[in-house]
Design a binder for this molecule. Structure first.
Ligand SMILES: *Cc1c(COP(=O)(O)O)cnc(C)c1O
Length: 765
């Protein structure tokens, strides 16, 4: 984008005057943020290249974890520096916008993946548009009170939404059995990196069909209309804060239908308005269903096409060509199942299409024990998606293999050609250029800038690795100082910047095993205190994670780690060796600061549980070694960078399968006194916990029918061994080379590669 300082400052001043009755000198940060964003939006819109005609793909997702837009947008438009200088020339600073709330319309990896894919598609000039929900409140803001998680509403819109445009003319009505609501789209441009492309993220907002009806409201006896007005806005009120679990709530069902119905009605209407026949809809569009959350799109499109006069078989044929499904997890508690009666009550016409699909499946004469969509009145959303979709994909090699051989093995036997793997990726613009500009500049200096949009080229850095070590160390050191200052300010904990930064940041889940990390810290702590561990390399253990508000064990683990932190950080004897901090409100902006400053990337899920992971890729790209299990994309990270350049431990997927059959952790605990000691802090009064949650945590690891579901205790010894090895390697020339080898081998994990794979193998764009 062309940038002219004078015009830019005039535009900003004009918007400040018209919208806020103020000027650049007096505007507060929020006002200035909105004016700068709107000025850039208008100019970018004027300068954008025309959309090419042709087939487009719709990425349907209940979550888009976009993070902060302004820095990314200025960078992709190529005006980050100029805009910064322009503001500086009038006594303001871009850095002020560090305060702007993230757009956190997602929980974790799945939502962040959607955001990376939109950015990469725009950059690769692939016609991909996102479709989702404009939640009034995003993922909750997290604080800790006495070590316990507290949640507050995330009022992200209080900062304004200057990057979106409300498109009144595209509003549609969405009908439920009880109410009809109006869906109004807000379009957010997704700018490609310095290429003039702008795709769209279209987020739907729910509103009452009619303006507020005072007459009905005043009529206290029969105010049905007033009730309607209340319900309509509620649909988009809040993002469900569950990651990798499913909540069978009617409001959630409404959200899912609202989003797909509005999107498809809009698309069908536009297709018809362009004078094209609906039997050719798949020539103009294809859709990617991001997990099962948008799978109601299938019966909804069937319904819409049949309303237009198609037979079921004709409509089914279109759906079979147009839909594709991404599976993100094999965990039973996350695979969506809905009560058929609930769907039939709320969406009778939609349920009818689901029933038709089930009937069609039955007529194929397959084994009904293996192949069903509705069984015992329960609708299995993944089965519906697999039956109808053209392609089904997993998100890392190991995950796709598990889908084929285990989770969906019967479907794979029936439709082997449907199943493909597309390993996840991350955008190198946000996750290196933007979050680590000094490292990006160092790479540019050695190999030029081609890697910005072709990450495979980063391997050209290999011959320079030995020479780069001092500069790399200096950059990492600066990033660590900045993070330490930020943590000091926001968490009140002192982290010496010369400590090793050992980081585990991701959603809090038992399968991700933050508990394993925490127990190892206690093991080191007591080892240092009783002298069995000598010369422990000074290490700061840094955690960040939100727990779903209803997930009791996850919240107990947060409390535990906060108690461990308190114990360690207040002990002067271990102060030269250790610090522990759990940062509050981990989100995309915090991730950007942490990822560039980490020395160790903890990716320690039980093998088979983490479908891919993407934070593992962010760390790798920033030159961080992985301490991890052979799970998800860790496997491919080792293939690309060499297992010898990472720190791998623990049971493999095959071992987990056999061990689980006869696993009994009591023996392990008895044979490992240091582990026993660490575990007993949960019950022996070391930590205060009036809620009793730590005792429950102890129980879940040691007692009941299936203790220690995620093999924390089984993997403990190997984990501690490899972790200590890593910490002792730290600082050697060899260690720094490992970091840079990982960075140089991260090419595969660009989301540019992922979206090109989708375009080629699935979307046929
Ligand atoms: C990348 C990212 C995630 C995903 O982390 P995993 O370790 O892959 O689960 C979650 N939350 C945020 C804020 C992220 O940036």
């Amino acid at each position: 984008m062309q940038f002219q300082r004078k015009i830019f400052l005039q535009d900003v001043s004009r918007i400040l005057a018209s919208d806020y009755a103020t000027d650049i000198e007096h505007a507060d940060t929020r006002e200035l943020y909105n004016a700068v964003s709107k000025a850039v939006m208008a100019e970018a819109f004027a300068q954008r290249d025309a959309h090419p005609e042709g087939k487009r793909c719709g990425y349907f997702s209940a979550e888009f974890l976009m993070g902060r837009a302004i820095f990314n947008n200025l960078m992709n438009l190529g005006i980050l520096e100029e805009a910064g200088q322009a503001l500086a020339s009038v006594g303001r600073a871009l850095g002020e916008f560090e305060e702007v709330e993230d757009a956190a319309l997602g929980n974790g990896g799945l939502g962040r993946l959607a955001a990376c894919y939109l950015e990469s598609a725009a950059t690769m000039n692939i016609p991909l548009d996102g479709y989702g929900i404009r939640y009034r409140y995003g993922l909750f803001r997290q604080t800790f009170v006495d070590g316990y998680q507290h949640e507050e509403g995330d009022d992200w819109l209080s900062w304004g939404d200057p990057w979106s445009v409300r498109v009144e003319r595209d509003a549609v009505e969405v009908k439920f059995a009880d109410i009809t609501v109006r869906a109004v789209p807000y379009d957010m441009p997704i700018f490609g990196y310095k290429n003039g492309v702008a795709n769209t993220l279209r987020l739907w907002s729910s509103e009452p069909v009619q303006a507020f009806d005072f007459e009905a409201f005043n009529d206290m006896c029969g105010d049905r209309k007033a009730e309607e007005n209340f319900d309509a806005t509620k649909i988009c009120d809040v993002l469900y804060p569950n990651d990798n679990t499913m909540a069978g709530k009617m409001l959630r069902l409404r959200q899912q239908y609202f989003m797909v119905s509005a999107s498809l009605q809009d698309i069908v209407r536009k297709h018809k308005a362009a004078g094209k026949g609906l039997k050719e809809l798949d020539k103009s569009y294809c859709f990617q269903l991001n997990d099962t959350h948008p799978v109601l799109a299938i019966p909804e499109l069937l319904r819409l096409l049949r309303l237009e006069g198609m037979t079921f078989e004709e409509a089914f044929g279109v759906c079979r060509k147009i839909f594709n499904f991404t599976n993100h997890t094999i965990m039973a508690e996350a695979l969506e199942k809905w009560d058929g009666l609930a769907i039939a009550d709320l969406l009778p016409d939609v349920y009818e299409q689901i029933a038709c699909c089930q009937q069609r499946l039955e007529q194929e004469g397959l084994d009904p024990a293996k192949y069903f969509i509705v069984r015992d009145n329960i609708v299995h959303m993944a089965n519906l998606a697999i039956y109808v979709s053209a392609k089904v994909n997993g998100v890392a090699e190991i995950h796709t293999n598990i889908l084929k051989t285990d989770t969906f093995r019967d479907w794979y036997a029936l439709y082997p050609e449907k199943f493909v793997n597309i390993t996840n990726g991350i955008t190198p613009r946000r996750w290196l250029l933007l979050n680590n500009p000094a490292l990006a500049a160092l790479i540019d200096e050695k190999i030029g800038t081609g890697w910005h949009t072709d990450l495979k080229q980063i391997s050209a850095i290999k011959p320079y690795i030995a020479d780069m070590v001092p500069a790399f160390r200096a950059i990492k050191g600066e990033n660590k100082k900045k993070l330490a200052a930020y943590i000091k300010e926001h968490e009140g904990v002192d982290i010496p910047a010369n400590f090793i930064f050992d980081v585990q940041v991701k959603r809090l889940h038992e399968y991700k095993r933050q508990m394993l990390n925490a127990l190892s810290i206690l093991y080191f702590y007591y080892g240092i205190k009783d002298g069995t561990i000598k010369d422990f390399p000074p290490t700061a253990f840094i955690f960040g994670a939100k727990a779903a508000p209803g997930y009791y064990m996850a919240k107990a683990i947060i409390k535990f780690i906060n108690e461990v932190a308190k114990l360690v950080n207040s002990d002067e004897e271990v102060a030269p060796y250790m610090r522990v901090v759990f940062v509050q409100n981990y989100n995309v902006s915090y991730a950007e600061k942490i990822v560039c400053a980490a020395d160790v990337s903890e990716q320690i899920s039980m093998a088979g549980m983490e479908a891919s992971g993407t934070s593992n890729m962010k760390f790798m790209l920033n030159g961080t070694v992985t301490l991890g299990t052979l799970d998800g994309a860790n496997v491919e990270i080792c293939e690309e960078a060499g297992a010898e350049n990472n720190y791998i431990f623990g049971a493999t997927v095959d071992e987990v399968a056999t061990i689980k059959r006869y696993y009994w952790p009591a023996e392990i605990i008895e044979q490992t006194p240091a582990l026993k000691r660490a575990l007993e802090t949960l019950t022996d009064g070391t930590f205060s916990d009036e809620t009793g949650s730590l005792a429950k945590l102890y129980e879940s690891l040691t007692a009941g029918h299936a203790p220690d579901r995620y093999l924390v205790l089984l993997d403990f010894i190997d984990y501690v061994r490899v972790k200590e090895e890593l910490l002792r390697d730290y600082g050697s020339e060899e260690f720094w080379k490992k970091c840079l080898i990982n960075m140089s081998a991260a090419g595969k994990f660009s989301s540019d590669r992922s979206v090109k794979d989708y375009a080629e193998l699935i979307w046929n764009l």
